[in-house]
Write a protein that binds this ligand. Structure first.
Ligand code: XMP
Length: 525
């Protein structure tokens, strides 16, 4: 195991992912975890991440007392990256000072003599790296040497071969350090002697073993399927472990896309053989949403109704089985777990946790279900990989994200007026199908149509019309936190707009949303 201690850098997850991409299992925990939490994991390598702090700030986060001694006496290799390097230097008796010149962005470094970390690079070789630091190393701890300097003369790489401590002032994990991966690879395989062997197949087998060991032979497990990748992969994995003692529910809240219920149910039943109950709650949701215009109130109503249905499902199941279900499956991912215990002082919030949970709107309070979260150590792309092994169809795994409140946040204002949901479904289907036909679906993070609560004047077949306006939105993004609008060719937009106006009754105008996030959000409500 390669353990990453997180000191709040925006790149910490990236280190974890990069190492996993080398088929080496890595985990990330808070950099201020107690020594016991670190030693219990029994890592052979520990990487101290970067972070926004200065070691001189009072209460800046650091590794626990006894960590360095434990690492040295157990032959554990330690690599400090940026702030991590400065922590090593300061805590082991060296000195870090405020740099005369700060180094941010692209820099050149020069490889020094005796280096272990730069592989077969020769003394004097230069490489471009990504720096981001204000403080710099002024004096080394005993037994350390400098093995790389920046073009400005600052210490860029240090090592203590005897003590097995290494440090890089730059970020090898980012693509702006083109040779960074090579350096990490050399560090892990050649210096630390780690062998690559972590495979998604093993993760699957291990998870199945854990689920079998956790869920007793009489226990029953429930799961709410949203139609998204995470809950589907989580349920499929649990089903593989315990079979028909898993009971899934999929709710049609009347806010789904064109033929979505039929499409996802077909995947659940035909491809994955999941035991799913489909609840048609269209009336229940739409009657509660009638007349509601405020987006946040819409979200609350939807969340509450969902809990209600889930509660009924669980109680009916209890009557059928003669016992309460014991466990609930959730598709929580690793970033949610990391974000829920950020290192102090990093200003990181619990926003991810809140977001992932509002998909299902929370849990019925009196059910006292224990959680099974089989994806909680995986990143999104790893979940897709696992899904592939579990035979979840590729097309399903690549679906664009869809918000929990569904089309309710894409019909502006009252969703029950003007036949809006029906119109939106037709427009959205034409748009998405055209994107698929043009081979653009996988390039785009999310694409959808929005129903606007305005009418505009048009002329169709010599008749004056006063009909609806729809907006098209397509964005590229890495994680949904920031986004840019997607540049379609004019011909494509022309075809789509024509098709929409010619085939969707009630629409006479199509506009495109060309704002990025920020200042806009991806959804309109
Ligand atoms: P925004 O609109 O905040 O969206 O830029 C970022 C990402 O989150 C999705 N989203 C939601 N997902 N419940 C969800 O499950 C919601 O209430 C919700 N609101 C936005 C959105 O589709 C995008 O992928």
């Amino acid at each position: 195991l390669v353990l990453i201690l997180d000191y709040g850098s925006q790149y910490t997850h990236l280190i974890t992912r990069r190492i996993r991409s080398l088929s080496v299992f890595s985990l990330c925990i808070s950099g201020t975890s107690p020594l016991k939490a670190i030693t219990e994991l029994n890592p052979c390598v520990v990487i101290l991440s970067g972070g926004p702090h200065s070691v001189h700030t009072p209460d800046s986060p650091s590794f626990p007392e006894g960590f360095a001694e434990w690492a040295e006496s157990n032959g554990v290799f330690v690599l400090g990256v940026c702030y991590g390097l400065q922590l090593i230097v300061q805590r082991l008796g060296g000195e870090v000072r405020v740099g005369e010149k700060q180094e941010y962005g692209r820099m050149e470094i020069e490889v020094g003599k005796n280096h272990g970390i730069f592989g077969n690079k020769s003394v004097g070789d230069r490489q471009v790296v990504w720096m981001s630091h204000g403080d710099e190393v002024a004096r080394l701890p005993e037994g350390f040497e400098i093995v790389g300097r920046s073009q400005q003369g600052a210490v860029a790489a240090v090592q203590s071969l005897d003590r097995r401590f290494y440090g890089l002032q730059y970020h090898p994990e980012v693509t702006h350090s083109p040779e960074g991966m090579e350096t990490l690879q050399h560090f892990l395989f050649d210096i630390c002697g780690i062998s690559a062997g972590w495979k998604m197949e093993d993760v699957m087998e291990e998870e199945i073993k854990v689920i079998k060991g956790t869920v007793g032979p009489e226990d029953h497990v429930i799961c709410a399927l949203s139609g998204g990748v995470d809950s589907t992969v989580a349920a499929t994995l649990v089903y593989k472990a315990i079979g028909d003692r898993l009971h899934c529910v999929f709710v049609d809240n009347g806010l789904l896309r064109f033929k979505e219920r039929e499409r996802v149910m077909e995947t659940f039943e035909k491809d994955l053989h999941l035991p799913v109950t489909c609840v048609d709650a269209t009336e229940q949701f739409l009657s509660k949403l009638k007349g509601v215009e405020d987006p946040e109130i819409k979200r609350k109503i939807i969340g509450k109704e969902f809990i209600c249905i889930f509660d009924t499902f669980a109680h009916e199941l209890e009557q059928k089985l003669g016992r309460k279900p014991t466990y609930l499956v959730q598709g929580t991912l690793y970033p949610d777990v990391i974000e829920s215990c950020p290192p102090p002082g990093t200003g990181r919030t619990h926003s991810h946790t809140i977001k992932s949970h509002h998909n299902v709107g929370g849990l019925p309070k009196d059910m006292k279900l224990k959680l099974i979260e089989p994806l909680k150590l995986l990143f999104k792309d790893e979940v897709r990989q696992l899904g592939r092994i579990l035979n979840v169809p590729q097309g399903f795994l690549k679906r664009h994200p869809f918000p929990g409140p569904g089309l309710a946040v894409r019909v502006l204002g009252d969703v029950t007026k003007n036949n809006a949901l029906d119109i939106l479904r037709q427009v959205d289907e034409i748009f998405i199908q055209s994107i698929r036909d043009a081979g653009l679906y996988d390039e785009i993070w999310q694409a959808f149509a929005v129903f606007l609560p305005v009418r505009s004047v048009g002329v169709q077949g010599d008749q004056r019309t006063h009909s609806h306006v729809v907006a098209l939105r397509a964005v590229t993004s890495q994680d949904g936190m920031t986004a840019d609008w997607y540049y379609f060719e004019h011909k494509f937009l022309d075809d789509v707009a024509r098709k929409i106006c010619n085939s969707v009754r009630g629409v006479n105008r199509v506009v495109q949303d060309i704002t990025s996030k920020p200042p806009s959000t991806i959804e309109w409500e």
